[in-house]
Design a protein around this ligand. Structure first.
Ligand SMILES: Nc1nc2c(c(=O)[nH]1)N[C@H]1C(S)=C(S)[C@@H](COP(=O)(O)OP(=O)(O)OC[C@H]3O[C@@H](n4cnc5c(=O)[nH]c(N)nc54)[C@H](O)[C@@H]3O)O[C@H]1N2
Ligand SMILES: Nc1nc2c(c(=O)[nH]1)N[C@H]1C(S)=C(S)[C@@H](COP(=O)(O)OP(=O)(O)OC[C@H]3O[C@@H](n4cnc5c(=O)[nH]c(N)nc54)[C@H](O)[C@@H]3O)O[C@H]1N2
Ligand code: SF4
Ligand SMILES: [Mo]
Length: 745
């Protein structure tokens, strides 16, 4: 058999690169960037290449596991569903659905079978206790845009191809490949920006890989963003630079905003964010006076106590300077399918509801029907009779990715039942009673439900499976359908396809009414998430409207195009995109203005002497790609970065171990001394700490690293979003003694 070539969108991070996979006799021969992909144009990173390792990884689960007498044994799918019926249903019968908690991890957003069918499953289960990785990530962004524009997903992205000035605050797209911004080949796009005379400015407590390809980099004290942003907004008002342009007609709350920021002169806030007042003022002027400019804030602005205020003020700066919803500024993508920001009536809506419920164990609100992962342990152990008794983890590893994993581990150990949908036996899933695996990405079809909504440019792309799936392996949407069957009393062997058809029909009837039978028959050749893609695409903003717009898109047309169809650069979408009750942009939501009281208090507090921040490396992905040989090669990436001044202060030497302590935990970690950090700040990546003996990630266990999140107790949150504070956390350091080092090695 000769080699064949298939094209496949990479689902491993938000960049969604097109891959060219060469394979022979069912084996991957090579993975390259797909040069003709209209969206990623040949870009690929080392993780994309490692998709072959993931496909081949002997530790990746291919069969369900059931825990019997404390040990996992391989089981058939029928046995696994029977076990779930036997163990999970009695919990619901006795204690109600709320006794079942669900935790959704990052890959839920990356695989359409998970994204679309986890939602269906949650609706059927009907438990309010849904926790998600968004609460250790971007929940402040959702809260901010929800109140400002009336919809949680109305998130703008930099129009990098047309901007003159891009300012990046708390993001490192050179390592992360972009986030809430689907931007393959950031390096190439940054280079093009500079080549045409534009400027790139990075503001970060570390001189990051992104800072190094920027024209300017400014250090900022971790957690200092709210002070910088208030100083910027104050300067815009004080210097008469408020020029919202076209959007002026669609804004509410400008004078309330001006009054709210009045106390925050750049001179007053500068010491607190660690930047000079003149730099803050100059930045405000540069943003205001550039014809096309964008201020982009990412996870560094979210993982802190003022996360929501930061994300509010970032958009405020863009709006006030006239760079919002304008070419070269921050713009709204219009995805071909599943675009939340095209739903509903243009220019009006009911807005979002926040805090409809609070957690039982802590004063934490539900946002977007989700609760913080940092409350799971308490909801299991401290919520009494109403507590959680069973957990379902869906592509989540909160024992490593959330603070205080030890406490969560102990709590998971107390459950009556735990089910995991996961492809590894890892730090979290080892607590499960049943683990149900998913497919290798190369065995699955793909459409980006989530990330097309944050795309740097609009496009429609679909991938068919590269390989047939092995034997009786189920796709994850089928797993969910059988779980739904269980919940509906159909027993463990429900017919996934028939049930899927029935539920899809009900969903289609809701939107298509009398036309539903016609729509169903027009899509009858497809099932599962692919059918939902076809439905959404044809009904979507570029779709054929099931015949109403014959030139419009169908899945068949997208497939016939080869690697996808370019749908062009972003276009202005205000005011149609608004879904606020006022039909306007809410520039000064009362809850946000009220929260400035905390800022006022923090202004007079002294920051801790030494704080810890995270970082990402292009060869790792949160906690779960340390088992892939291509990525594990090379130097140890779990090192503590320390500034020379701090190294001297604590008596640390390059390459030697330090003991870092926080939250009553201490750990030994190798030190790398570098002046890329701000003095008083140390940095450690997250997702490490693979030293659990009963996990099954053999390569990862050989270089386990340490778990940064053990140094945090999880109680620190942004009150408006419930998001965890994971950066700027106070820690202490000392040189490790020879005895400790012996023990560690
Ligand atoms: N200190 C600190 N902590 C952080 C962060 C930080 O910056 N600093 N970042 C946070 C962020 S942004 C996030 S998003 C969270 C992530 O939090 P999590 O989502 O809990 O963590 P991941 O490591 O992404 O774990 C993904 C899980 O999904 C499994 N998996 C992978 N692919 C599939 C699949 O196709 N199907 C199924 N069923 N399972 C799959 C993996 O085996 C793993 O168990 O971590 C957060 N934690
Ligand atoms: N290679 C790789 N890519 C990834 C991931 C991965 O683990 N590895 N994870 C994926 C996920 S889940 C996400 S959410 C995205 C995140 O994507 P990004 O937001 O780009 O994430 P980071 O690279 O962590 O960049 C955050 C930056 O914020 C800085 N920072 C820390 N504290 C502060 C602060 O208080 N203020 C400011 N202004 N900056 C601060 C850090 O130094 C860091 O440079 O990346 C995704 N892509
Ligand atoms: S940048 Fe992200 S999407 Fe692109 S190849 Fe790497 S992991 Fe895959
Ligand atoms: Mo994330």
């Amino acid at each position: 058999m000769s080699a064949e070539t298939s094209y496949r969108i990479c689902p491993l991070c938000e960049a969604c690169c097109g891959l060219e996979v060469t394979h022979e006799s069912g084996k991957v021969v090579a993975v390259r960037g797909a040069e003709s992909d209209p969206f990623s144009r040949g870009y690929i990173c080392p993780k994309g290449v490692a998709i072959a390792d993931l496909h081949n990884d002997p530790d990746r689960l291919r069969q369900p596991l059931i825990k019997r007498d404390g040990r996992f044994v391989e089981a058939t799918w029928d046995e696994a569903f029977a076990e779930i019926e036997r163990r999970l249903l009695p919990v619901i019968e006795r204690h109600g659905a709320a006794a079942v908690g669900t935790v959704l991890g990052n890959p839920v957003s990356h695989r359409h079978g998970l994204t679309l069918y986890a939602q269906r499953f949650l609706r059927t289960l009907g438990s309010p206790n849904v926790f998600s990785a968004s609460t250790v990530d971007q929940m402040p962004k959702h809260r901010a845009v929800g109140e400002m524009y009336g919809q949680w997903m109305t998130i703008a992205v930099p129009d990098i191809a047309r901007t003159d000035l891009l300012v990046i605050l708390g993001g490192n797209p050179m390592a992360s490949n972009g986030s809430l911004w689907t931007v393959p080949d950031f390096r190439g796009k940054a280079r093009a920006l500079r080549a045409r005379g534009g400027r790139l400015v990075t503001i970060d407590p570390r001189r990051t890989e992104t800072a190094k390809v920027s024209d300017d980099h400014h250090f900022i004290r971790p957690g200092g963003d709210v002070f910088l942003l208030l100083g910027l907004v104050h300067t815009l008002f004080a210097e008469g630079l408020v020029r919202p342009g076209r959007l002026a007609a669609h804004i509410n709350g400008l004078s309330e905003l001006e009054a709210a920021v009045a106390p925050y002169d750049a001179d007053r806030v500068a010491p607190r964010c660690g930047m000079d007042a003149h730099i803050i003022r100059q930045l405000a002027r540069d943003l205001a006076n550039s014809e096309r400019a964008a201020l982009y804030g990412r996870i560094g602005t979210c993982l802190q106590a003022f996360g929501t205020l930061n994300n509010w003020l970032v958009d405020v700066v863009n709006i006030l300077t006239g760079h919002f919803d304008e070419p070269g500024g921050m713009m709204f993508p219009k995805a071909a399918a599943f675009a939340t920001n095209t739903r509903g009536k243009p220019g009006e809506g009911r807005g979002v509801k926040v805090a409809r419920r609070m957690m039982k164990s802590a004063p934490v609100p539900e946002i977007m029907s989700e609760y913080p992962v940092t409350t799971i342990a308490d909801e299991i152990t401290d919520a009494g009779e109403d507590g959680i008794r069973a957990m379902i983890s869906i592509a989540a590893n909160p024992v490593l990715s959330a603070p205080n994993g030890e406490r969560l581990s102990n709590a998971l150990g107390q459950l009556d039942f735990m089910l995991s949908l996961d492809i590894y036996l890892n730090e979290t899933t080892r607590h499960a009673d049943v683990i149900l695996p998913g497919l290798s990405p190369l065995e699955d079809s793909h459409w980006d439900v989530v990330f097309n909504q944050f795309a740097w440019r609009n496009a429609a792309r679909y991938s068919a499976p590269v390989f047939d799936r092995p034997g009786d392996q189920l796709a994850e949407w089928q797993v969910f359908m059988r779980l739904i069957g269980l919940l509906q009393g159909q027993g463990p062997n429900a017919d996934a396809e028939a049930l899927d058809h029935a539920i899809t029909l009900v969903e289609v009837e809701k939107v298509a009414g009398a036309l539903a039978p016609q729509v169903m028959s027009a899509t009858s050749g497809l099932s599962g998430p692919d059918r939902l893609v076809e439905l959404e695409l044809r009904a979507g903003p570029y779709g054929d409207g099931f015949g109403r717009n014959p030139d419009g898109l169908t899945l068949a047309k997208v497939r016939a195009s080869g690697q996808g169809i370019d749908l062009g650069p972003h276009e202005p979408r205000m005011p149609d995109i608004l879904r606020t009750p006022s039909g306007r942009i809410e520039l000064a939501p009362p809850d946000f203005v009220a929260d400035l009281a905390r800022v006022e208090k923090a202004l007079s507090e002294l920051p801790p002497e030494l704080v810890l921040i995270g970082r990402r490396d292009v060869r790792t992905n949160n906690s779960w790609m340390h088992n892939l040989p291509t990525l594990a090669k090379g130097p140890n990436r779990c090192k503590l970065l320390v500034h020379p001044v701090d190294a001297q202060r604590y008596g640390l030497a390059n390459g030697e171990f330090a003991e870092i302590s926080g939250n009553g935990h201490d750990m030994l970690v190798p030190v790398e001394i570098t002046d890329d950090l701000m003095p008083g700040v140390v940095s450690l990546p997250h997702g490490w700490g693979h030293d659990q003996t009963d996990a099954r990630m053999s390569l990862a266990a050989r270089n386990p690293g340490v778990n940064i999140n053990a140094l945090m107790d999880g109680g620190a949150r942004d009150p408006l979003s419930g998001n965890a504070v994971l950066n700027g956390v106070a820690v202490s350091l000392r040189a490790a003694s020879a005895m400790q080092i012996d023990a560690a090695e």
